[in-house]
Design a protein around this ligand. Structure first.
Ligand SMILES: [Zn+2]
Length: 185
């Protein structure tokens, strides 16, 4: 397999890697190769990410398999396979938890007539798997506007809805304080 040069969309660092999913060694941004996402959109037809059918799951597992290095338990944060690759949960030191994540948008997605700079969310999955579903589901162009995961934060243990929302708002505040517009739910 040929190594491909990839340019980090956040810091322009040239990354030489075999992977379709890259965690920039300079700035820590996470990004997928454009070609990879485009190929997935062209070749797979997923009905639902939330209520995935058996066929959906088969497709999603095949896609996640292409960047399954995130399942390496030697990593600081890793995906832990439960019933399938897609249904894996984010882990650190053998413990499941919650991740908040921020995604940089390219300036083409607006909410209430405002251009949104960052999208902030939370997930029990590895944020890269959640990022993949954002990119493929393309809700009203939002997926198309997403460039890279700017930051992610792990919280061990179980968190109820209010706690999850609170953690999301903590991450949102960092960007708001810097003058960016942010969208989270
Ligand atoms: Zn970078």
């Amino acid at each position: 397999m040929l190594k491909i040069n990839k340019i980090c969309p956040k810091c322009n660092h040239l990354e030489n890697s075999l992977e379709v999913l890259v965690n920039c060694s300079r700035c820590s941004a996470w990004y997928f190769l454009d070609d990879f996402i485009e190929n997935c959109k062209e070749n797979y037809n997923i009905q639902s990410f939330l209520r995935s059918t058996g066929e959906d799951l088969k497709i999603l597992n095949n896609i996640v398999k292409k960047f399954n290095w995130i399942f390496d338990e030697k990593l600081e944060l890793y995906a832990f396979e439960s019933t399938s690759y897609f249904k894996s949960t984010i882990h650190k030191n053998g413990e499941a938890g919650l991740c908040t994540y921020s995604i940089k948008l390219d300036g083409t997605w607006t909410k209430n007539n405002d251009v949104v700079d960052y999208y902030v969310g939370q997930t029990g999955k590895h944020p890269c798997i959640r990022f993949l579903t954002h990119l493929l589901e393309d809700k009203k162009g939002r997926g198309n506007a997403m460039i890279y995961i700017d930051d992610l934060k792990f919280y061990p243990g179980y968190h109820g809805y209010l706690e999850r929302r609170k953690k999301e708002l903590l991450m949102e505040k960092v960007y708001l304080d810097q003058g960016y517009s942010v969208y989270s739910r």
